[in-house]
Ligand binder design. Sequence first.
Ligand code: OAD
Length: 249
Amino acid sequence: MGLLDPVVEAARLLRSSRYAIVFTGAGVSAESGIPTFRGSGGLWRRFRPEDLATPEAFQRDPRLVWEWYAWRIKMVLEAEPNPAHRAIARLEEAGLVKAVITQNVDGLHRWAGSSNVVELHGSILRVRCTRCSYRSNLARVPSEIPPRCPRCGGLLRPDVVWFGEPLPRGELERAWREAGKADLVIVVGTSGVVEPAASIPLIVLSHGGSMVNVNPEPNRYTGLADVEARMTAARFFSLLLAELGLGDV
Ligand code: OAD
């Protein structure tokens, strides 16, 4: 691929695909001001996941965990989709992308207008009760920390997947189905180290599909992808839309 322009090459693959999907991680939201997990400025550089993002941490100190989530919820509520989210939605509208599978919990793909979205790691803008079946969306940071269930008084928790927890069954199955159908996956802004999510793009390769890897840094898919786009998500998707004649974002 080397000398060919990765954007031109990605556009060619997308145009000739039958069923293209997009697989995203924290990097797609970096340009919306939401910190990633690994790498410089990453959350796991400043915080220990085992203190904040495990069921044990929550049992030990729900207030500490909730304070951290309250900070992140505020950040997500203040963030907006960036050109990458908007372009991905535009590509779905144009029929060139069939599904978005994301590891992100920020809801920005849906907000940007993507409709077939699989959220593998839940949503930071939802809470659920640790005792009963109560679930609710969050429009603001909870005023009481830790928040309590209005139905049974139990502790509410963020409706996200923590380390050591299984992924939501329905979402994981949808992701497998989408990857099973796909002949092209555009992987955007993920290090590719958290399983089982990170294996989903590999399903596409395993049945002969192609991969475009969009990331300013090398990652787990470097060397496996047909096209390496060593640039930020917003830059790649802006160039891609222009190349496809789909206008600006
Ligand atoms: P990581 O923080 O591991 O990786 C972010 C990736 O985005 C890195 O490869 C960066 O090089 C890349 N990146 C940074 N800025 C970018 C930009 N502007 N455009 C494109 N790429 C950029 O985040 P994830 O791979 O999403 O799990 O992490 C996977 C999971 O680990 C998360 O879903 C979370 C975390 O623990 C749970 O919450 C369960």
